[in-house]
Design a protein around this ligand. Sequence first.
Ligand code: GLN
Length: 454
Amino acid sequence: EAFNANVASAKALNAFIVETPEKALAAADAADKAKAAGEALKPLSGVPIGMKDLFCTEGVQTTAASHMLEGFKPTYESTVSKKLWDAGAGMLGKLNLDQFAMGSSNETSYFGNVISPWRRGGGDNAALAPGGSSGGSSAAIAARLCPAATGTDTGGSIRQPAAFTGISGIKPTYGRCSRWGIVAFASSLDQAGPMARTVRDNAILLETMAGFDPRDSTSLDLPVPQWEANLSSDLKGKTVGIPREYRPDGLNAEIAALWDRGIEWLKDAGAQVVEVSLPHTKYALPTYYIIAPAEASSNLARYDGVRYGQRELPDGAGLQDMYAATRAAGFGPEVKRRIMIGTYVLSAGFYDAYYTQAQKVRTLIARDFEQAFEKCDLLLTPTAPSASFALGEKQADPLAMYLNDIFTVPASLAGLPAMAVPGGLDSQGLPLGLQIIGKALDEQGVLNAGLAIE
Ligand code: GLN
């Protein structure tokens, strides 16, 4: 009942900022020609893909959903998007997102919020958030506008929107996908990954997107495994940990029930299930909301009106005036909030109290995972503390919005692979997502458990 009730027209979702059907068609034509000529097809020949508008695409406007970059046409192609085109895929367009990937509902976009194709059952017509920041990607896939899209995940931006819209998405181990040509938010956390309807599609896409890139100093110099060929939903011999700190008092009953179902599915697939502890979990959110804004404030210093996009040059203005006017007009309120938090925690008087402290806690969180993984191979948790919420519902309260990231930020801080897979519908008919977190470099284990749940 709920599904697609909202798709009066694809445009109404506002999922795309720029459409490039000619590029998708060119890829389809190339695939047809290759087929007719009896040539071998490439892994993604003719597949139309939506690109989150955080990936620089040569000659095609790239905005990070910010007024600051409106009209910016990069002269280069991001490594990840280039790999997709080299594998035969074609770009369908640039997908909407939260401005500079800061947000959990897609409402911080300069180009207007995306609308989820889902509605609650029972005649409730409230427009719902597709999640964020990769909300254009999740809405477009859920509404069947494209079979696959790219996302980026700094603190949950692939996983939470996937959960909100009933699709799958994987954030690989930090360093698997090159960050080169992706508009930077928080460089020590940012990771690209695929979003698609099935676990298998995610495996196929990730194989193309991943791989060493000398242009990203944090890129992992490792071969890309054959994740798709090795997919298996047989979890015999695997132990799955259930972190007790992810079940706080007051956990939404439907989310708790979802989690219990997930545990049963993994047991049915042959896994052993044990309880584990990640004692520093409660510090993950405050740690993330110090480190991510700190890095953002540094990364976003480049938007000064000189080198990229917008420039505001009031009459008689000097250089400082131009910087101030450009940044005042170019950045949205959430971006400004993050820059202010970031510059505050990095300032001489507060650096040790906040930033250094947060870095230490980040290490403790990473150690929690290492210790838990001495007792298990994978972790199973919910992806988000609730189903999708109504647009506008949390907009006035940044803290309520940040709380939505509570289950996704720990794996980001530890750089671990993590995936969201659909776990069924809640009592209002909305999708809920389960999250699987793996050891560093164990995308295979994560994908296999995802397949067992799917
Ligand atoms: N919602 C989180 C934030 O606002 C995560 C965003 C992301 O992963 N890009 O920072």
